[in-house]
Structures are given as structure tokens and as C-alpha cells.
Design a protein around this ligand. Structure first.
Ligand code: HEC
Ligand code: HEC
Ligand code: HEC
Length: 246
């Protein structure tokens, strides 16, 4: 872009002098013309630059707003925007449209209400990812409802080193894995200390109700209010994604 010459006349005169060895007189005449033409272009370029800067800032600011994601990729992301727009303490829906007694049970609503989270707090795609998402959207090459992402997937953009780092970091839950185990140590089946290693996002869901995976085998495992057992969650997921042509 820096190579671009805003004045085609100047460019032409340079080209001719390189190619055809123009005389001094010719060169002088051309540069006189360009001087006359030159007067207005700084103003025009200035105005264009100002417009671009303002538009750019506007786009950037809008890009940080939840409305951006839904407006740009309206069809596939509408349900995610809809879950976000709900209110703690009121009935709502999950990303598949299933009824949720208290919308505050969705982590996306809870984090909006209590931590002021926007889409960008949890989703910060790098530029290459945004471009590929844009292409995917244009070509329609995705399943709907969208395939569910894990925190490891999201870390690909958010650049946290570990899965748990997505939640446990100094800007969010400033605690260690040990603190976490301690926080739920009262449970018979301590969810954060299972004998198998579970991903945080196997249980904690943002755009739908969370599910305690321990209930898959232990019927006595703790299911907090607003959470689902594995059986309940599987039933909802199967029914909601049945139409998916993967
Ligand atoms: C509190 C963090 C958080 C916020 C805020 C958030 N998301 Fe998500 N998002 C997640 C997590 C975690 C997942 C993984 C799936 C899940 O848990 O539902 C996800 C998944 C997604 C997906 C991938 C499809 C899927 O279901 O996995 C899309 C698209 C998405 N979110 C869009 C949005 C949009 C749009 C907003 C803002 C209106 C938003 N998210 C706000 C955490 C968040
Ligand atoms: C087996 C299911 C399960 C897994 C896996 C899981 N959690 Fe939890 N987590 C829970 C349950 C259940 C609670 C208690 C929720 C409640 O009481 O409302 C909880 C509570 C929490 C809390 C709140 C703790 C507090 O201060 O009281 C945080 C933060 C948290 N989990 C983060 C994580 C992170 C990070 C991971 C991954 C390292 C993770 N969880 C893995 C089930 C799980
Ligand atoms: C795939 C099935 C399965 C899942 C899922 C599962 N467990 Fe287990 N768990 C078992 C089996 C099998 C045993 C062994 C039972 C025995 O020895 O009698 C066991 C044993 C235990 C024990 C030892 C005490 C006891 O009752 O024997 C604890 C504690 C426990 N599990 C906690 C958890 C927690 C917490 C989770 C969720 C993070 C979980 N389990 C998820 C199958 C599972």
C-alpha cells in the first residue's frame, strides 16, 4: 500500500522518463501540471484517511460487542447470542432452544451478569481464525446446530496454555487446581478430583446447562440445582442435534 502513488500523472511522467528518456523540457512541463493537480489531493487523501480511521474504530468497537457476532454470522450464531441475552432468575432457553428454568444456570448468563463478560471475554479468535470462520460461513460448510467446542478448542484462540487456564487465571478465577479440589472437598464424589481426568468443559457448559459426568456411573454423585445428570444431558443433546448432517 505504501507504494501506491496517489497522483497518476506523476507516475506516468516517471514511467516515460525511465522508458523514453524524456527531455528536460518535457519533464518540466509534466511536473508543472502535477503541481497544479497536486494542490487538492492532500485534502482528499486526508478526508479519506479520516473516514477510514473513524470507520475502523467504529468497526473495532462494534466488534467487541455481542451484537457483532450475531449480526455478521447471523444464522449459525443466533442461538448463542440468544442465550447470552437472557436474565438471571428468569426462565430461558439453551443454545438448542430447550427450556431452562433459570437462565442464570447457563454460565454465559452468569458471567455476563456477575463479571460483565462479553463474547470476546471467552472468544478471542486470532485473525487467521476469523478469516477461516468467515470463509466457512460464506461457503456454508458447517453443521447446524454448530458442533460443540471444548475449552481446548477455545484455547486455540484465547492462547491459554492449559485447559484449566481458560477458567483458572488471574483475570478470572484466581485459584489453583488444589484450591478447586478444596472448594468441593465436601462432596462424597469430589467432582474436581475424579479418578479419571475429566476436561472442565465435560461438566461446565456455557451455552447450555452443565452436566455432572460422574453421574454416568455413580447415581449418588452430586447434581447441583440447574445442573443435569449424564442421562438427562444426553437425551437433550441427542434430540437437539438429531438433524445434524455431520
Ligand atoms: C463465559 C464465557 C463465554 C461467553 C461470555 C460466551 N461464550 Fe460462547 N462458548 C463458551 C464455551 C465454554 C463454549 C463451549 C460450548 C459450551 O460450553 O456451550 C462456547 C461455544 C460457543 C460457540 C461454538 C459452538 C458451540 O456450541 O460450542 C459459539 C458460536 C459461541 N460460543 C458464540 C458465542 C457468542 C456469539 C457469544 C456472545 C453473545 C458468546 N459465545 C459468549 C463460553 C462463552
Ligand atoms: C465432574 C464434573 C466437573 C468437572 C470435570 C469440573 N467441575 Fe468445576 N464444578 C463442578 C461442580 C458440580 C461444581 C459445584 C457447582 C455448584 O455447586 O453450583 C463446580 C464448581 C466449580 C467452580 C466454583 C468453585 C467455588 O469457588 O466454589 C469453579 C471455579 C470450577 N468448578 C472450575 C472448574 C475447572 C477450572 C475445571 C477443570 C479443571 C472444573 N471445574 C472441572 C463440576 C465439575
Ligand atoms: C465410567 C464410569 C465412571 C465414571 C464416569 C466415574 N466413576 Fe468413579 N468409579 C467408577 C468405578 C467402576 C469405581 C470403582 C468402584 C468400586 O471399586 O467399588 C469408582 C470409584 C470411585 C470412587 C472411590 C469410592 C468408591 O465409591 O468406590 C470415587 C471417590 C469416585 N469413583 C469418584 C468419581 C468422581 C468424582 C467421578 C466424576 C469426576 C467419577 N467417579 C466418575 C466408575 C466411574
Amino acid at each position: 500500500m505504501s507504494e501506491m502513488n496517489p497522483d497518476p500523472i506523476v507516475e506516468e511522467s516517471q514511467n516515460t522518463s525511465h522508458a523514453g528518456e524524456a527531455t528536460d523540457a518535457q519533464a518540466g512541463a509534466t511536473s508543472a501540471t502535477s503541481k497544479r493537480k497536486r494542490k487538492k489531493w492532500p485534502i482528499v487523501v486526508g478526508v479519506i484517511a479520516a473516514v477510514l480511521v473513524v470507520a475502523g474504530i467504529g468497526l473495532f468497537v462494534w466488534h467487541e460487542q455481542p451484537s457483532f457476532c450475531s449480526a455478521i454470522c447471523h444464522t449459525p450464531m443466533d442461538p448463542h447470542g440468544a442465550t447470552y441475552d437472557q436474565v438471571v432468575g428468569q426462565p430461558g432457553v439453551d443454545k438448542w432452544g430447550n427450556t431452562v428454568e433459570d437462565a442464570g444456570d447457563l454460565l454465559v448468563v452468569k458471567h455476563k451478569e456477575y463479571a460483565g463478560a462479553t463474547c470476546m471475554s471467552c472468544h478471542t479468535p486470532v485473525m487467521s481464525e476469523q478469516v477461516s470462520e468467515g470463509l466457512t460461513w460464506v461457503t456454508g460448510n458447517y453443521t447446524y446446530p454448530l458442533e460443540e467446542r471444548s475449552l481446548t478448542d477455545l484455547n486455540g484462540y484465547n492462547q491459554h496454555e492449559t485447559e484449566e487456564g481458560f477458567c483458572l487465571n488471574e483475570n478470572c478465577h484466581n485459584m489453583t487446581r488444589e484450591d478447586l479440589i478444596e472448594a468441593t472437598s465436601g462432596l462424597t464424589r469430589n467432582v474436581h478430583e475424579g479418578h479419571a481426568t475429566w476436561a472442565c468443559s465435560d461438566c461446565h457448559k456455557a451455552h447450555r446447562q452443565s452436566v455432572n459426568v460422574c453421574t454416568g456411573c455413580h447415581s449418588d454423585a452430586y447434581v447441583p440445582d440447574g445442573w443435569l445428570t449424564v442421562a438427562e444431558a444426553t437425551k437433550l443433546e441427542d434430540a437437539s442435534t438429531a438433524g445434524n448432517a455431520a
